[in-house]
Structure formats: C-alpha cells, structure tokens
Design a protein around this ligand. Structure first.
Ligand SMILES: NC(=O)c1ccc[n+]([C@@H]2O[C@H](COP(=O)([O-])OP(=O)(O)OC[C@H]3O[C@@H](n4cnc5c(N)ncnc54)[C@H](OP(=O)(O)O)[C@@H]3O)[C@@H](O)[C@H]2O)c1
Length: 231
C-alpha cells in the first residue's frame, strides 16, 4: 500500500493534493484542525501549533505508517501573518516557527523510521522561501528555513533511497491568498504572473504528485509560479 500523509488537506493546495493522490490509489491521511471534505481521506485531528501534538495522534498514525510499503509525507500546512522585522516579539515568531518548521521536524522524526525505499518527504515552500517582501517577516524567515530543512534532510537521508524536494508555489487561488489579498487588488496580483492569472491549486497538486514519483529531483527546489514578473 502507498500512503500519503498531508498536513493541511482540509483546504487549498493540501485538499487538491489529497484528491490527486487518492486518484492514483494512495491511502491519504490529512492532519489538520478541520476535516478534509473528501470522505475517502483519513482525518487525523491535530493543531500543529501545539508543541505536544504528536502525543495525541501517535496511536492513529502508527498503524498507517506500519502498513505502508511507500510513504509520501507532505509538509503543506503553514501559518502566514503580516509582521515586520522591526516589531515582532520573539514569542510571535516562535508561534509561526512552531507550525512552519518545528511541526515538520516532529513529523519527520516520527515517520522516517517507517519509510521504505521509494518514499519521499515533500515540503511546500513559497516564492518567499528565496526572497523577501516587506511585512511578511515570520513567514519569510520560516519559508527560508523550509528550504534549509529540505536540503539538510536530503543530505542526512543519503543511502536510504528516500527523496526530498521543496515545491515553491506562486500566487495560488486558495483561502490563504483570498484572506490576504483584498478583492480589488486581485488583478494586480495576477499581473505579477507572466500568465496574468492565479495558479489553480490543482497545478501545485500535480507538481507535488510528480515530485513524489521522480527521485531524480532529490534535494531540489522546484519553482511553481508561472514565471513571476520581477519589477
Ligand atoms: N496560496 C498561495 O498563494 C501560496 C503561495 C505560496 C506558498 N503557499 C503555501 O502553500 C501551502 C498551502 O497554502 P494554501 O494557500 O493552500 O492555504 P490554505 O488554503 O489557507 O490552507 C492551509 C491549510 O493549512 C492548515 N493549517 C494551518 N494552520 C494549521 C495548524 N495550526 N494545524 C493544522 N493545520 C493547519 C489548514 O487546516 P485547518 O485550518 O483545518 O487546521 C489548511 O488545511 C502553505 O505552506 C503556503 O505557505 C501558498
């Protein structure tokens, strides 16, 4: 049995990714606070911002991992806040890092011992994993860390035939985007893509599925942004 464990498959990119892996016969498990609206997806209720979250889901996850011939672990859930390097108390940075970096580490630490050859660990980054814009301080810091974690994981998995990659989406039409971009600013966001449109979450799901099937990309950062226009 092939198994996909996806954080944040209750909405957006994670939800579309869950559907993509289901279509290929994977057993798919979602880790998030809300249920995944697709019934065939196993729901493991958890809040990744709570440091001890693994203790509450350990019993549900263990049998799934034990049964799997191949595991794809997708670190997709993340927290986006608008803050500035000039006025972010460390506690708020810590809260963002908890979801965006510490939770992926917790899941890696737990799942890697069960991963057989052919398995993969995929990270969802962002264009802001490689550049900064004003007022997205904690998100930019954490997403740069996502690439570092992916590269270091790749190096420490040498010889195990488990591959890693970081897929960095551009502006994708999800709740996260809609809640941060006012409706009257959508056209200017679209214009930042060489295709003058938002990315459909299915396009990122397809890229993640492809990345899981192709170990040759081990350690890579994949830009999935339709070509962002640089000003
Ligand atoms: N949309 C874009 O334009 C864009 C661009 C670049 C990168 N990305 C990246 O793509 C990934 C998915 O984003 P999206 O746009 O699909 O976001 P979304 O529609 O807002 O979905 C976010 C998902 O993360 C989960 N999540 C958030 N906080 C959580 C927590 N504390 N515990 C458990 N789950 C949590 C949510 O589940 P619950 O609320 O049910 O817990 C939800 O399923 C993120 O890593 C994001 O940084 C998105």
């Amino acid at each position: 049995m092939k198994c996909a464990i996806i954080t944040g498959a209750s909405a957006g990119i994670g939800l579309h990714t869950a559907e993509r892996f289901l279509k290929e016969g994977y057993s798919v498990t979602n880790l998030s606070r809300r249920h995944c609206p697709v019934n065939a997806v196993n729901h493991v209720n958890c809040d990744l911002s709570v440091p001890g979250f693994l203790d509450t889901i350990n019993a549900q996850l263990t049998p799934l991992l034990q049964q799997a011939d191949e595991i794809t672990l997708i670190h997709n859930a993340s927290r986006l806040v608008n803050d500035s390097a000039l006025e972010t108390p460390s506690q708020s940075l810590r809260e963002v890092l908890e979801v965006n970096l510490i939770a992926p580490n917790t899941l890696n630490y737990f799942a890697i011992p069960y991963m057989k050859p052919g398995s993969s660990i995929l990270y969802v980054g962002s264009t802001l994993a490689e550049k900064a814009v004003p007022n997205s301080y904690s998100y930019v810091v954490s997403k740069h860390g996502t690439i570092g974690m992916m590269r270091a994981t790749c190096q420490d998995l040498v010889g195990r035939k488990i591959h890693t990659a970081c897929i960095c989406p551009g502006f994708t039409d999800t709740e996260m985007l809609r809640s941060h971009v006012p409706a009257d600013a959508l056209d200017s966001v679209k214009a930042m893509s060489a295709y003058d449109r938002l990315i459909d979450p299915d396009e990122i799901a397809e890229t993640l599925f492809w990345a899981a099937q192709n170990p040759v990309i081990n350690g890579s950062v994949l830009h999935a942004n339709l070509g962002q226009v640089e000003n």
